[in-house]
Design a protein around this ligand. Structure first.
Ligand code: GLP
Length: 241
């Protein structure tokens, strides 16, 4: 595992955006696994900046997002589809048809999981960007006795609903279910880029990266992947070595 700790968020964002820029310039048809949440916002802003400065083009890139709330339309400003358009897709030259998220409005959730998983299998990511939940979740794979390998529908844990309530008018509006790639879908990526910020995640960072590999800390399974880069701000990395 390549663990890097940055003094400022700006430096972290710059470094992450550079990883994407180099990959896309070397491989214009790269497949990117993308994430939502507050963590990647600054990274997407730098990617847009790189695009505006003509340092990179997304015209050949394909993207797959990790997750989506069940029951939200893409024009709902809390959906992850909306988030991706707002933070990245609408600012760069990626054709909409090359961007993919689970369909929050799919009629048959089971079928939707099969459809999404088949797409990921046909086209594994060159790089998968990940944030980290306070309880060690990645995407929406919550701590549990068992984890699912493929794309599935999850019942969100109370702590996740609470953490995500900040984006909604009230906690009651946070959808209780979400589509998420499974741990197996995530680990299929060629490279994984885990990004974590803030001292409130320092403990779970230490547990995930240096603790035992356990389904109770889904991110600990990343220890089994051969190519993981971890980018931390000083606060998130403060409990490491
Ligand atoms: C959410 C998302 C995850 C994200 C995590 C952390 O529940 N489903 O993909 O990584 O929580 O979010 P944040 O970056 O806002 O702390």
């Amino acid at each position: 595992m390549d663990i890097r700790i940055f003094e400022t968020s700006e430096e972290l964002d710059q470094y992450a955006a550079e990883i994407f820029r180099k990959l896309i310039n070397e491989k214009p048809n790269a497949v990117l696994g993308l994430a939502t949440g507050s963590t990647p916002v600054g990274i997407y802003a730098k990617m847009v900046e790189d695009y505006n400065h003509k340092k990179v083009s997304f015209s050949g890139v394909t993207t797959y997002n990790l997750d989506e709330y069940v029951g939200l339309t893409p024009d709902n400003d809390q959906s992850y589809a909306y988030y991706m358009n707002k933070n990245l897709f609408s600012h760069v030259d990626i054709p909409a048809i090359q961007t993919h998220l689970p369909d929050g409005m799919a009629e048959d959730p089971q079928e939707e999981c099969v459809r999404y998983e088949a797409m990921i299998n046909a086209c594994p990511a060159d790089i998968q960007l990940l944030g980290l939940g306070h309880n060690g979740h990645i995407a929406f794979n919550e701590p549990d006795e068992h984890l699912s390998a493929g794309t599935h529908v999850v019942q969100l844990k109370e702590e996740t609903l609470e953490a995500n309530a900040r984006f909604f008018a009230s906690i009651d509006e946070v959808p209780k279910q979400a589509y998420t790639m499974g741990i197996g879908s995530i680990l299929k990526a060629n490279t994984i880029l885990l990004v974590v910020r803030g001292s409130d995640k320092a403990h779970i960072v230490k547990e995930a990266l240096t603790g035992p590999i356990t389904t109770q800390v889904p991110a600990s399974l990343l220890q089994t992947h051969p190519r993981v880069t971890v980018l931390l701000d000083r606060e998130a990395g403060r409990m490491l070595g």
